[in-house]
Design a protein around this ligand. Structure first.
Ligand SMILES: Nc1ncnc2c1ncn2[C@@H]1O[C@H](COP(=O)(O)OP(=O)(O)OP(=O)(O)O)[C@@H](O)[C@H]1O
Ligand SMILES: [Mg+2]
Length: 474
């Protein structure tokens, strides 16, 4: 125990009684001997009081230190060893209670801060968009799970992109969020929008900014497709329109008095007008099919009855090309579908087989409840095949045939009245029916298009239910 504070405290306590005794002795009111005899117990009491107070101060200091270190107050009057805590004396009790209360409030506060920080980290970690926290040197301090999955080891390469670095500089100097649209070539070409948000070093261990990366590859592709579509559609309409305008001028001018030329030109004009009409019909049907693509059809179709009817309607075109149609359609289970749309699929496929098949050749239309093809679903359904023995399609074109306006030989297709939308419409209808289409072709030998469509549900189950069930088992 340190003696100096005790002696100091005792001397301070003795100051007043010692002065009083001294003045009594000085004035002769009290003899020195009794004054000494009376002063001794007072001095002893002062020393005792000072020692006690000094000990309480020591304990209070220890309590405050432990609270400051986060040790918290001794709970339930117990000391760490399980011994009962010694009671406080006098005014120290109040001070000790206040320190204990302060310690409890501080401990609860730091608990909350820790919990909040962990929650913040969890939110960032689980955000569906890739998030990267930048340190003072603009390198990655941390990144969340989505960023690690999407970019892996390429995160550092992404951060080195000059446009992203410039956006980070702007964000830190202007203290406001900045956007950079990036094109990332590796590992696959991606369009990414990076938003850099300045954080004033408050995030993680000194995070200066947060980079949120949103993948816009699909959106960009859709935007490009729409722009291409509008350009293609207007181009396809402009060609016959320009020809019509030209012929009208000729009929009014040079051919005004030439009945033979008029007859010929009117024939071409009728053809061009019919072509524009077809194109507009195809565009409308494409947009109708696209609109309903997400609704499952609910009708029941008997293909064994529908296919021969459609085949009959092609009689004039077949005759024109000196072709024959071989029909092989046995009894079939009903399929789920929209009869008008399924008829449109079959018409487009037969139209292609006749247009691009061999003049004088054979077109085969067959259907079967057995797919017999590993590329088609194995669940109950019907596969319809349209085959021709024409010039076929080179392998590199096959994957692109269902793109809008895609034609292998533009000149040939146009000369036979094609707009390049037929197979795009077929694909959308087949998708809507949760079906599948496969195109096989051998150059010089011919083309076979197979379309698989799901069988209609047995009674007691709705079509959408069966479709969901079959999709789940696929
Ligand atoms: N049976 C086939 N044999 C050879 N080529 C084909 C056959 N079917 C389609 N093609 C090729 O695929 C292209 C796209 O066919 P699609 O049916 O989409 O358009 P189209 O026949 O040109 O025009 P539309 O069908 O709109 O009148 C055709 O232009 C043609 O080049
Ligand atoms: Mg076609």
């Amino acid at each position: 125990m340190a003696l100096r504070p005790i002696i100091g405290g005792a001397l301070a306590a003795l100051l007043v009684p010692a002065a009083a005794l001294a003045s009594l002795v000085a004035t002769g009111a009290l003899a020195p001997a009794p004054a000494l005899a009376g002063g001794l117990p007072i001095a002893l009491a002062a020393f005792g009081f000072a020692a006690l107070r000094n000990r309480e101060f020591g304990r209070l200091a220890a309590l405050a230190r432990s609270a400051a270190d986060g040790g918290g107050p001794e709970r339930g009057g117990e000391q760490p060893g399980g011994r009962a805590a010694e009671p406080w004396s006098g005014g120290a009790t109040e001070v000790a209670r206040a320190i204990e209360r302060l310690a409890r409030v501080a401990a609860a506060g730091s608990d909350n801060t820790g919990r909040r920080r962990r929650a913040d980290e969890m939110v960032v970690e689980r955000l569906p968009d890739p998030v990267i926290v930048l340190g003072p040197d603009r390198t990655a301090l941390t990144s969340n799970a989505a960023a690690r999955t999407a970019y892996g080891a390429d995160i550092h390469a992404v951060l080195r992109h000059p446009d992203l670095r410039a956006a980070a500089d702007r964000a830190c100097s202007s203290r406001s969020a900045q956007i950079a649209d990036l094109r990332l070539p590796v590992p696959v070409m991606r369009d990414v929008r990076a938003t850099v948000i300045p954080m004033d070093g408050t995030l993680g261990a000194g995070g200066q900014a947060v980079v949120v990366l949103s993948d816009r590859t699909r959106e960009r592709a859709v935007e490009r497709m729409r722009a291409d579509f509008v350009a293609n559609a207007s181009h396809e309409l402009r060609t016959p329109l320009a020809s019509l305008i030209g012929f009208i001028d000729t009929l009014r001018g040079p051919a005004a008095s030439d009945p033979e030329a008029q007859e010929r030109f009117l024939g071409i004009m009728a053809e061009q007008a019919a072509r524009m009409n077809r194109l507009i019909d195809d565009l409308l049907s494409l947009s109708r099919v696209e609109l309903t693509e997400h609704e499952s059809p609910s009708g029941r179709i008997d293909l064994a009855a529908l296919l021969p009817r459609i085949a009959d309607s092609f009689e004039p075109q077949l005759r024109e090309r000196d072709m024959t149609l071989a029909l092989d359609v046995p009894n079939l289970p009903p399929i789920t579908g929209d009869a008008d749309q399924i008829a449109q699929v079959m018409q487009n496929l037969l139209d292609n087989a006749i247009k691009y098949g061999r003049s004088g050749g054979v077109v085969r239309l067959s259907a079967s409840a057995e797919a017999g093809d590993l590329r088609l679903p194995t669940r109950p359904g019907v596969v319809v095949r349209v085959a021709d023995d024409g010039q076929g399609i080179a392998r590199e074109h096959i994957p692109r045939l269902t793109e809008r306006f895609y034609r292998v030989d533009k000149g040939r297709s146009r000369s036979v009245g094609g707009t390049g939308l037929g197979l795009a419409i077929v694909r959308h209808i087949v998708n809507r029916h949760r079906g599948q289409m496969v195109i096989d072709s051998t150059e010089g030998a011919g083309t076979i298009v197979s379309v698989w469509l799901p069988e209609a549900p047995k009674h007691g189950m709705s079509a959408p239910e069966q479709m969901r069930g079959s999709a789940a088992s696929a």
